[in-house]
Design a protein around this ligand. Structure first.
Ligand SMILES: *[C@@H]1O[C@H](CO)[C@@H](O)[C@H](O)[C@H]1NC(C)=O
Ligand SMILES: *[C@@H]1O[C@H](CO)[C@@H](O)[C@H](O)[C@H]1NC(C)=O
Ligand SMILES: *[C@@H]1O[C@H](CO)[C@@H](O)[C@H](O)[C@H]1NC(C)=O
Ligand SMILES: *[C@@H]1O[C@H](CO)[C@@H](O)[C@H](O)[C@H]1NC(C)=O
Ligand SMILES: *[C@@H]1O[C@H](CO)[C@@H](O)[C@H](O)[C@H]1NC(C)=O
Ligand SMILES: *[C@@H]1O[C@H](CO)[C@@H](O)[C@H](O)[C@H]1NC(C)=O
Ligand SMILES: *[C@@H]1O[C@H](CO)[C@@H](O)[C@H](O)[C@H]1NC(C)=O
Length: 469
């Protein structure tokens, strides 16, 4: 099936479309090839309570994890790579910063899968009712129970120190594990962690914009003029027809909201995905591709978008709802992450700021529609705002009080705009690495690293080593 082929490619090329639908990925970049010394990890299952906060509820489910003992010496530390909104895989247990630290400290490695992702499902569907137990509080408690159990039952772990490592949302979890369970967690390494929940994440496209402009002003101008021309076309029936052809839309364009915003988010989202995961030189390459197309900015931008969809037509909001409504947990879909944004985080990437090239095409209201349309009318703006306020009250946002946490961000990564920007204290430093993207510091130290990245990775390892003493 064609769409599966695209999904497989997505991990390598980070192409963002699956057939007609643009996937909003927030997960980790691929780990890279295993080191030659790496042995294969194994999978295990761990029985978890469904509700850690109601002792009268006896329901349980099976959480999947991976383990790798190849470096472990009795009494050595435990390194736990935290799963986020994705399926766990062996990558980061076979190479990368955590793998190297496990080797150095004779540590045991685990990778925990987040409830409701991968194969770790409490229920056999992802209806709104079933998703009720998908909260970060529950997911952190899952990790706490898992660690407690392993320390009690595995040989040589009773007094082991524990380091948690995460990227993106799971980096936030790493910070918060240290915050909420300091008696269990010795130290945390957080790569590209958003720290504060926010409804209108308007800074996201500002960072996307800055990074495009930094690489090519002409590219930025072309996107801006091309988008503006599209907006103009939608003013007339003839223009709308023309745009349908230029973009190869699957259905006639509907100009009312949220259809209009959804259409433009299918365009803006492409650039978001490229910048967020950009390897060095990629933004320039993509801009060159865009500019190599012939014609006006409108034609250049349209051709570029069509190429991203690889021959598939561009789907509309109804198609998106249908795709994400699938109550089929074997499908690789991110309905669950949408649920988390609608109930706890927001993080909606809008065009509320003027400092970006997409005009006013992606208003916040798109996301308000999406929450209600995917999960039911009670998932309204009020619930969203209560959820976001709660998250920041319970975890502290930028004021979280932690020690022995290293946080690393890249300036190319739009998520750094909701991350910690300065050291919380001498034992909770924040490194902002110029010129690098989302979670780029999770990979092993390499001679190819930019000097600033090399230094940040080295310093992270030194600090964790110090805290493990
Ligand atoms: C929970 O399980 C225990 C032990 O099996 C049982 O004694 C208790 O009645 C159960 N409680 C509920 C609320 O089902
Ligand atoms: C995973 O854990 C099991 C149970 O302790 C153990 O038998 C197995 O060797 C471990 N696998 C790896 C790859 O370390
Ligand atoms: C989803 O799963 C729950 C729990 O098993 C069940 O009660 C519910 O009927 C299911 N809903 C759908 C839409 O299949
Ligand atoms: C975009 O439009 C502006 C204003 O009309 C114009 O000055 C600029 O040259 C255009 N840039 C491109 C790349 O089309
Ligand atoms: C769920 O998705 C898988 C993979 O696309 C498919 O093979 C299966 O038939 C689907 N099951 C249902 C119940 O829709
Ligand atoms: C959320 O918090 C803000 C202040 O930070 C407050 O103005 C607003 O009323 C709160 N909203 C809800 C729904 O609790
Ligand atoms: C970051 O890198 C860019 C591009 O290499 C450079 O223009 C800029 O001055 C650097 N900023 C800082 C703060 O070093």
């Amino acid at each position: 099936m064609r769409s599966m082929q695209v999904a497989a490619l997505a991990l390598l090329a980070l192409t963002l479309t699956e057939g007609k639908i643009l996937l909003k990925r927030d997960g980790l970049p691929p780990a890279g090839p295993p080191q030659t010394r790496a042995k294969a990890p194994e999978f295990g299952w761990f029985k978890q309570r469904l509700d850690h906060f109601d002792t009268t509820d006896n329901r349980t489910w099976s959480m999947r994890f991976m383990n790798q003992s190849q470096f472990f010496e009795l009494g050595g530390p435990i390194f736990v790579f935290l799963g986020g909104e994705w399926e766990i895989s062996s990558g980061y247990l076979q190479t990368g910063q955590m793998f190297d630290m496990a080797a150095e400290h004779h540590g045991y490695m685990f990778y925990t899968e987040h409830r409701y992702y991968g194969k770790s499902f409490p229920f056999n569907n992802v209806s709104s009712d079933s998703l009720k137990y998908l909260t970060t509080d529950q997911a952190l408690a899952d990790v706490a129970y898992f660690i407690t159990h392993m320390k009690r039952t595995m040989r040589g772990m009773a007094n082991s120190k524990v380091v948690v490592v995460g990227g993106s949302y799971s980096a936030t979890m790493a910070q918060w594990m240290r915050l909420k369970y300091p008696h269990l967690i010795t130290a945390a390494l957080a790569s590209s962690a958003p720290a504060k929940a926010v409804e209108d994440f308007k800074e996201y496209f500002e960072v996307v914009s800055d990074n495009i402009k930094l690489n090519s002003v002409e590219c930025w101008d072309t996107i801006k003029n091309g988008t503006a021309a599209m907006v103009d076309l939608l003013e007339t029936a003839a223009g709308k027809k023309k745009l349908e052809g230029l973009l190869n839309t699957c259905t006639p364009i509907r100009t009312e909201e949220p259809y209009r915003a959804y259409l433009f988010s299918s365009i803006g989202g492409i650039f978001a995905g490229i910048v967020q995961y950009a390897y060095i030189g990629q933004i320039k390459n993509e801009c060159n591709q865009l500019l190599r197309n012939s014609g006006s900015p409108l034609e250049k931008l349209s051709s570029y978008v069509r190429a991203q969809y690889g021959g598939d037509c561009v789907g509309d909001y109804d198609e998106f709802l249908e795709y994400y409504a699938i109550d089929n947990i074997t499908e690789y879909i991110h309905r669950q992450w949408y649920y988390q944004t609608c109930t706890e985080y927001g993080f909606y990437q809008t065009t509320s700021s003027d400092d970006q090239p997409f005009g006013k095409t992606m208003p916040l209201s798109l996301n308000h529609h999406t929450c209600k349309d995917l999960f039911g009318k009670e998932f309204n703006v009020d619930l969203l705002r209560r959820g976001i306020n709660r998250t920041n009250i319970v975890y502290g946002g930028y004021d979280m009080e932690v020690t022995k946490v290293v946080s690393v961000h890249g300036t190319v990564d739009p998520w750094h705009a909701v991350g910690l920007t300065k050291d919380l204290n001498p034992e909770a430093p924040v490194f902002i690495v110029n010129g690098t993207s989302h979670c780029a510091d999770l990979s092993s130290i390499s001679d190819y690293d930019l000097p600033e990245m090399y230094a940040a990775k080295k310093r992270s390892k030194e600090l964790i080593a110090k805290w493990l003493k």
